[in-house]
Structure formats: structure tokens, C-alpha cells
Design a protein around this ligand. Structure first.
Ligand code: ADP
Ligand code: TRP
Length: 322
């Protein structure tokens, strides 16, 4: 079974990304042949600053490896190291009805958030389809927001197969992690870098402390019971504490007698304990300056072998080559 997913290099990873998407993808690397990549062509739809894009690509590669991506188990590469994907994207776009793209929520949402409209932003799902179809992927683990794009990919694959030959492209299946509720940010809204409310996975200790101690709380006095419903502290604690510790905190909320400052300290130490080993791994990775480049170069080579085969098959079927 081939598993494939990509993440845009658009800023440092936060714990919403971790529990919403990465944790699941990392588990899957032990269940099949996983291909994970850094979607830098896609990020060009929103970042027009070469130095910034390069920094984001590097940060994402380091963070992904520190989170447990194992380059011995999966193929980890940068999308633009396999430019074959752009050629496939063009071929796919010739069978993609305009209406299919016009229905995509993500395009409309991005325009509504003030991202400049461009042809690439509109055809973003076709490039994503090319990513998935180029590697003959069976399973695509993504967050809920990307489900529609995988459905578009399936529609495009079916159309290609109808036009150019049954079985030419493999029709993939999305894997959505419905069990992970939306991770709340510091202000209680969905955690997102667009809302400036994130806790990064690799937050510096002093910055982490400042963020946690600054989580807004109500003015319930120390001795009174505290509302558990909608508590950001409890929701975040649940993700990183043992179930026994979580139950203790919940009971302390309900009993009263413990102040929010204490709860925040418990949350801070649980977060530090949970992500501590990842911070250590990140420091090890950074201590070997060539490591990330070596991993990405090896990944690109492996990915390219598969990509070339698929593209050759498609070029022949559509009449571009013999
Ligand atoms: P952001 O909202 O910070 O821009 P992205 O859109 O880049 O994050 O998200 C990358 C992945 O992480 C997606 O698959 C998305 O579903 C997941 N994700 C992002 N934020 C959260 C969250 N708060 N809770 C759960 N999953 C999330
Ligand atoms: N569009 C995805 C996102 O914004 C990233 C992505 C690009 C992707 N190509 C992909 C995800 C192929 C899965 C498969 O999160």
C-alpha cells in the first residue's frame, strides 16, 4: 500500500498541525510505503519571497524529522525536486472541467482571507492531484480541510482513465482523522497561524511559559469550582497528559480550591514533558548540518524513479511519446 501526503512550508509547525495531521501520518509510515513531501510549489501561491520560502522549507524538513519521520521507513522529499509533477499537472488540467475547480471551498476561503487571486491559486487542486497520481498513491492522509481536494483528484483520475485507458492512473482514497477534534488555540478559537494563537511544537521554554501563563481565564475565585466546558487549559492538557493526570485536573476544576495559575503550571510541565524528546531530536539534527540535505537528496532520487515511470506511461497514453 502506498501512502502519500504533503505539507506546505508556510511557517513553523504548531500543535494543531501535530495532533490534526502529523501524528496520524507518522503512525502510517509503519503500515505501508509512505511518501511525504514538502509542497513548495504550492506555497508559491502565497509566498513571493525567495529567502522566506527557503527558510520555511528547511524549518519544515527539520521539524518533520524531529517529530519522528523516519527516512529509513519513508521517502521524504521536496516537491520541486521532482519537476515531472508540473508536466503531469498540465496534462491533467486538459481533462479537468472548470466547474470542478469552481466548486472548491479552499479557493473561495483563501480569496475571502485576502490572498491575491491567481491562476495558480485556482488550479492548486490540479497540482495536488498530480502529486497524488504521479506516485500511484493508494491512501492520502489529510486534515478535514483537504478532503475535497482528494475527491477532485479521484474525479480527475477517473476522467483520465475514461479518456486514455482503463487503469492508467490509480484512484486514491483519502484518510481523514475524524477522531481528533479541532485543537484550540490560546484564545479558544481553532489553533491556526492565521489567527496568531498558536503553540509551536518547538517553542522556546521562555516563550512557551509566557504563552501558557497568558491564556485568558474567567474571574472565578480560587476556592470556587471552575467551568470545565470550553476550557482551553483542559482541552490542551487532554492532548498531552496521561488520562489519570487529566482526570485529576478535571476533578480539581469541579471541586474548586485550585487556581488557574496552578492549572497552567501543570499544563506547562505536561507540554514540556510531551514534546521534550522531540526538542532533543531536533537539536541532534541541527548538530549535523548536512543531514537534512542528504535526506532530501536521497528522497528526491527515490521519488523521481517512481515519478518518471508514471509520467512515461501517461505521455505514451496521451500521444506525447511512443
Ligand atoms: P494553519 O491553519 O495554521 O494555516 P494548515 O492549514 O497549514 O494550518 O494545516 C496543515 C494541516 O494541519 C492540515 O491538514 C490541517 O487539517 C491540520 N490542522 C491545522 N490546524 C489544526 C487544528 N487547530 N486542529 C487540528 N488540525 C489542524
Ligand atoms: N494542499 C495541502 C495542504 O495545504 C498540501 C498538499 C499538497 C498535499 N499536495 C498534496 C496533501 C498531496 C496531500 C497530498 O495542507
Amino acid at each position: 500500500m502506498r501512502i502519500l501526503s504533503g505539507l506546505q512550508p508556510s511557517g513553523r509547525l504548531h500543535i494543531g498541525n501535530y495532533f490534526g495531521m502529523m501524528e496520524g501520518a507518522l503512525k502510517l509510515q509503519h503500515e505501508g510505503e509512505a511518501y511525504y513531501f514538502i509542497a513548495d510549489y504550492h506555497s508559491l501561491t502565497s509566498i513571493h519571497d525567495g529567502a522566506m520560502l527557503r527558510t520555511h522549507v528547511r524549518d519544515l524538513a527539520v521539524d518533520f524529522l524531529a517529530c519522528g519521520l523516519d527516512p529509513e521507513k519513508c521517502v521524504f522529499f521536496r516537491q520541486s525536486d521532482v519537476p515531472e509533477v508540473v508536466e503531469l499537472s498540465w496534462i491533467l488540467s486538459t481533462v479537468t472541467p472548470m466547474g470542478l475547480l469552481e466548486r472548491c471551498h479552499s479557493y473561495k476561503d483563501k480569496i475571502a482571507r485576502g490572498i491575491a487571486s491567481s491562476h495558480a491559486l485556482f488550479s492548486y487542486p490540479v497540482l495536488m492531484a498530480a502529486d497524488i497520481l504521479l506516485y500511484d498513491s493508494d491512501l492520502v492522509p489529510v486534515g478535514r480541510d483537504q478532503k475535497q481536494h482528494v475527491e477532485v483528484t479521484r474525479d480527475i483520475a477517473v476522467k483520465v482513465n475514461e479518456s486514455f485507458g482503463a487503469g492508467l492512473l490509480k484512484v486514491p482514497v483519502p484518510r481523514i482523522r475524524d477522531e481528533t477534534a479541532v485543537v484550540p488555540g490560546l484564545d479558544g478559537q481553532k489553533m491556526s497561524k492565521s489567527y496568531n494563537n498558536t503553540i509551536q511544537i518547538f517553542e522556546e521554554p521562555a516563550a512557551l511559559k509566557k504563552k501558557i501563563m497568558g491564556i485568558p481565564t474567567d474571574s472565578t475565585p480560587v476556592e470556587a469550582p471552575k467551568p470545565t466546558e470550553g476550557s482551553t487549559i483542559l482541552a490542551l492538557y487532554k492532548l498531552v497528559a496521561s488520562s489519570a493526570d487529566y482526570e485529576t485536573m478535571e476533578a480539581d476544576f469541579e471541586k474548586g480550591g485550585v487556581g488557574y495559575g496552578d492549572f497552567k503550571k501543570r499544563l506547562l510541565s505536561a507540554l514540556t514533558a510531551y514534546f521534550g524528546p522531540l526538542h532533543e531530536r531536533r537539536a541532534e539534527i541541527l548538530a549535523d548540518p548536512g543531514y537534512v540535505d542528504r535526506v532530501l537528496a536521497e528522497g528526491a532520487e527515490k521519488a523521481r524513479l517512481v515519478a518518471r515511470k508514471t509520467l512515461a506511461r501517461v505521455r505514451t497514453a496521451v500521444g506525447l511519446s511512443h
